[in-house]
Design a protein around this ligand. Structure first.
Ligand SMILES: O=P(O)(O)OC[C@H]1O[C@](O)(CO)[C@@H](O)[C@@H]1O
Length: 540
């Protein structure tokens, strides 16, 4: 990991345009005003929300007390033989700790799934040695609440005192805090409520699970503190202003996608964290920046990006890079947060709300309450081997009788500067090969292509799909289950929740006129192989 924070704009045309914009941001004193938490920067409509969302600028300082506190809890747990950390949290409540743990090479099991087999695998670890961190700002997120219920019951069944093994991170006064106090959970960390989920990497949400997993969170805060001064400075060299200006200039020239590739940053999985920050913050009111996280600089979508996309290296520049961002992880968290808030002003949107996320949650809840209302997708349009194809009326042409033809029809519905988004409601570990579909589809369609695990992406790019530029087409993948799990105290299983989340988001996208095809893999392994073959046949 490089020690100094830098943003280089390699593309000369972009550099010129960005310099002009950066000068404007300097004149407006944007950096210092963000650091001073000025809520008026995003216009009158955004002011009330911004007034309760800017405390992240002070986190490098205000989070300091957590370092010793979390170290003491980790030592206490270790002394009791508890050294396995499982984190239940969605979006901003798990993405940062996951990057932190992976980068430091520390074990952290992240549960941001409703896949029954993936949850069963997490339960199959040694519960005698396990502490569950339940992280939820709102304290109401259904996935996280389900994980808490399932683990609590499993601890009990294993003869482990459940309350002593559950640590909570939440906002003060949330239903989760109330529950934790009632149940006598081991520890409750209340975070600063004036920090939004996706800006919470340096708060208790990032630091508690990462610190318990053994990450050096003191060093992380040192890196962020060092960067805080430069990021608050109204100078054209301020890396956050440079990054925001480059993004803003690219967007104004018609490149609404940012293709993010790691080019040797030394950070593992940063793109997944940045993806939520950028997509959920900017993708609204029909505009925004769509992050496209790719496997590396050689991946389809990066080297061959067209004029609708800007190539951003996380790490040193390669021959194709337009913008490169380097620096230590603690500094980068803060840099990207400043840049995202700043570009929100350039785009004229409120970077702190997520107005379109609720629609999918509501549709999923409605389906769970009344599963019989799901008439639209009850019957497959086509069955091809291990794959059932479901499509909204009018999406598939009459002849689309095979999987390849269905995919071809879906792809043909995308405008040339649109995008294809794959939503895999599968097991992130056992069905990991699904991720290979992204590169293969991008290569074979020429479209910028994103990949997200459902329901994880619903708390990330899900906002953009519904709120951003309406030029996406969507491929949902669902799968059969060999096992399922009842959520204790709730009238649903994880499997039914997972399907309701897929169908719910599908309904919302279809309602908004987006072309969508769902493929259901009756046998996951065979179905994924078949899907890959169908994608490879696309160009022929
Ligand atoms: O921390 P919570 O309240 O459980 O929310 C998790 C995630 O869900 C979202 O609200 C979107 O659904 C994200 O913004 C957030 O990071």
């Amino acid at each position: 990991m490089t020690s100094s924070l830098a943003v280089e704009i390699i593309d000369p045309d972009l550099a010129d345009k960005a310099a002009t914009l950066a000068d404007r941001l300097v004149e407006e004193r944007l950096a210092s005003r963000i650091s001073e938490q000025d809520p008026t920067l995003w216009g009158p409509d955004a002011e009330a929300e911004a007034a309760i969302r800017l405390a992240w600028t002070a986190l490098p300082r205000t989070s300091r007390a957590l370092v010793a506190d979390v170290a003491a809890l980790a030592a206490e747990l270790r002394a009791e033989g508890v050294d396995r950390v499982v984190l239940a949290g969605m979006g901003g409540s798990s993405l940062a700790p996951e990057v932190l743990a992976r980068t430091a090479g520390k074990a952290l099991t992240v549960l941001d799934t409703t896949d029954p087999a993936q949850v069963a695998d997490a339960l199959a670890g040694d519960l005698e040695r396990t502490v569950l961190v339940v992280s939820s700002k709102s304290g109401t997120t259904v996935e996280t609440d389900s994980h808490r219920r399932i683990f609590e019951a499993a601890f009990r069944a294993a003869g482990v005192d459940a309350a002593s093994r559950i640590v909570v991170v939440t906002d003060p006064g949330s239903p989760l805090e109330v529950k934790a106090t009632e149940a006598g959970y081991r520890r409750v960390y209340t975070a600063d409520p004036n920090v939004g989920g996706r800006y919470s990497a340096l708060s208790a949400f990032g630091l508690v699970p990462a610190g318990l997993a053994g990450v050096d969170i003191g060093e992380l805060l040192d890196q962020a503190s060092e960067a805080a001064t430069v990021l608050a400075t109204d100078k054209p060299r301020n890396p956050a202003l440079r990054l925001a200006a480059a993004w803003g200039a690219a967007h104004a020239s018609g490149a609404e996608k940012l293709v993010l590739a790691d080019t040797g940053s030394g950070i593992t999985g940063f793109g997944d964290w940045a993806e939520q920050l950028i997509a959920e913050s900017t993708g609204k009111e029909g505009t925004g920046l769509l992050p496209v996280v790719v496997e590396g600089p050689q991946a389809a979508g990066f080297a061959d990006a067209g004029p609708d996309a800007t190539r951003v290296s996380i790490g040193p520049a390669t021959d194709e890079t337009a913008i490169s961002v380097t620096g230590p992880l603690g500094a980068q968290f803060l840099l990207w947060e400043y840049a995202t808030a700043a570009v929100g002003r350039l785009l004229g949107i409120d970077p702190f709300n997520q107005p379109d996320v609720e629609a999918a949650k509501k549709a999923a809840r409605a389906l769970l309450d009344n599963p019989e209302t799901d008439t639209g997708s009850a019957r497959p349009s086509t069955v091809d081997g291990e794959v059932e194809v479901y499509a909204a009326p009018g999406v598939l042409t009459a002849g689309a009788g095979t999987l390849t033809e269905a995919l071809r029809t879906l792809v043909a519905a995308a405008p040339h500067d649109g995008y294809l988004s794959i939503h895999a409601y599968l097991n992130r570990i056992d069905d990991a090969s699904a991720e290979l579909l992204r590169g293969e589809l991008a290569r074979n369609t020429g479209l910028q292509t994103t990949f997200g695990w459902g329901p994880r992406f619903l708390h990330s790019t899900g906002q953009y799909h519904k709120g951003g530029a309406q030029n996406g087409v969507f491929l949902q993948i669902t799968g059969g289950h060999d096992e399922d799990a009842q959520v204790p105290g709730r009238p649903y299983t994880l499997g039914s929740l997972q399907l309701a989340q897929a169908l719910g988001d599908g309904h919302v996208l279809i309602e908004r006129g987006r072309p969508l095809v769902r493929v259901h893999l009756t046998d996951r392994l065979a179905g994924l192989a078949q899907l890959m073959r169908a994608v490879q046949e696309l160009p022929h």
